[in-house]
Design a protein around this ligand. Structure first.
Ligand SMILES: Cc1cc2nc3c(=O)[nH]c(=O)nc-3n(C[C@H](O)[C@H](O)[C@H](O)COP(=O)(O)OP(=O)(O)OC[C@H]3O[C@@H](n4cnc5c(N)ncnc54)[C@H](O)[C@@H]3O)c2cc1C
Length: 372
């Protein structure tokens, strides 16, 4: 089999992988992104309805505390708009009683992106040569060689479909997923692979729902669209409308554990009934709705990610190592970020670390000057 050779192979075309590629594209280096799915974006996913993009993955960024996101959005010529939070909130008790409560403004203020969070990926891809992005390329094995590593694409129990060699490999995917699905030869140390498996993938056990309407009937009733429920199926609901015009949207995180989310049609029906009890009968007839159960996505979640996460983990590079195999393999992906881990900001920070710095010795971080 012909083995293509490049300077750097990026495993994963989510935000960390795509951003790393956009940084490499500005340098005189050859690289490819190997992405398992038939699309880029990873946990970022924004389906379109009448020119509006609903976020089924991340929708918020916080410019006050996430400087890389704020800078990148500006640099790419994108625009954000504040999360709508005017008006009263709703609170649904276990017994189905719904109360109107004082609304809470998010602190610090959160912003949505015009064009959905996918606009970030689309714009970054414009900076990357098309030939460098290889979709439907699941990496199954990484083998150490004298000059770097050979990366195989395909299924482990079959002959590799494609093989590439590089002096540097950036793992831009959740460490738990990498440890559970990629064969490393020689094996990673027991301590390292255990540490990778232990790191929960942020939001991997979640499911998200978005409904779009022609009229913001909840706003017209003085409600912000924010609601919390002890009863479900949605545990937390927010306004997810276009900026200043329609379509108008409500979005929510499903509060039912992944193992119980077996019948999607039944669940969606129950969600619409819940929205109607919170906001009125108009909620029963959305112009469009979207649903994504991330726990069922094999290129995001593993069986370990099915139980609901109770709190935001403290993330860091696995056993403090940002790179292994003498600097051949570099860890990126938001779950390896010591700051802002789990968030989009963390994904950007780890891409910068993997491209500009990071070593076997651990936490050397050479961050780009984001103040420029
Ligand atoms: C429902 C939900 C809501 C969220 N809300 C927010 C929010 O509001 N704000 C925020 O900041 N963050 C939020 N997040 C988190 C945010 O989505 C992540 O921080 C970010 O997208 C992670 O990017 P990443 O590149 O590290 O990983 P990923 O996006 O997971 O990218 C990894 C990529 O690797 C690919 N891959 C996997 N296995 C292989 C393989 N074997 N070979 C090749 N490719 C492979 C995957 O297909 C994927 O494209 C949310 C996430 C979810 C799911």
């Amino acid at each position: 089999m012909h083995t293509e050779t490049v300077d750097t192979i990026i495993v994963g075309g989510g935000l960390s992988g795509i951003y790393a590629a956009s940084l490499l594209a500005g340098m005189q280096e050859s690289f490819v992104i190997l992405e398992a799915r038939p699309r880029v974006g990873g946990r970022i996913l924004s389906p379109e309805h009448e020119g509006f993009f609903s976020d089924l993955g991340p929708s918020w960024y916080w410019p006050e505390i996430h400087p890389r996101m704020a800078y990148l959005i500006q640099d790419l010529g994108l625009e954000g708009y504040p999360q709508y939070d005017r008006g009263l909130g709703r609170f649904e008790r276990f017994n189905g009683i719904v109360q109107t409560v004082r609304g809470y403004a998010m602190e610090p203020p959160s912003f949505r992106l015009v064009g959905g969070m996918m606009a970030l990926i689309r714009k970054l891809c414009e900076r990357i040569p098309e030939v460098a992005i290889r979709l439907n390329h699941p990496v199954c094995r990484i083998e150490k060689t004298q000059n770097g590593a050979v990366v195989s694409v395909g299924d482990l129990d079959q002959e590799p479909r494609v093989q590439l060699e590089a002096g540097k490999v950036i793992l831009a995917l959740p460490p738990r997923l990498a440890a559970a699905t990629i064969l490393f030869e020689p094996e990673l140390s027991h301590e390292l692979s255990q540490a990778m498996l232990k790191v929960g993938t942020w939001m991997a056990g979640q499911a998200k729902f978005c409904a779009l309407y022609e009229k913001p009937f909840w706003r017209e009733a003085g409600l912000s669209g924010e609601a919390f429920s002890e009863r479900g199926p949605l545990g937390e609901i927010h306004d997810a409308s276009n900026d200043g015009c329609g379509p108008y949207g409500l979005t929510g995180f499903v509060g039912i554990p992944a193992v119980q989310r077996t019948r999607q049609d039944v669940l969606i029906e129950a969600i619409l009934v819940q929205l109607a009890s919170l906001y009125g009968m108009a909620a029963l007839e959305p112009a469009a709705f979207f649903y994504r159960d991330w726990a069922r996505e094999r290129f995001t979640a593993t069986p370990y990610d099915q139980p609901p996460m109770t709190e935001h983990p403290v993330y860091h590079p696995p056993v403090g190592r940002t790179a292994v195999w003498g600097g051949t393999i570099h860890f990126a992906g938001t779950e390896t970020a010591p700051e802002h881990g789990g968030y989009l900001e963390g994904a950007l920070a780890t891409a910068e670390r993997a491209v500009f710095g990071g070593s076997d010795q651990g936490n050397i971080m050479i961050l780009k000057d984001i103040e420029r």
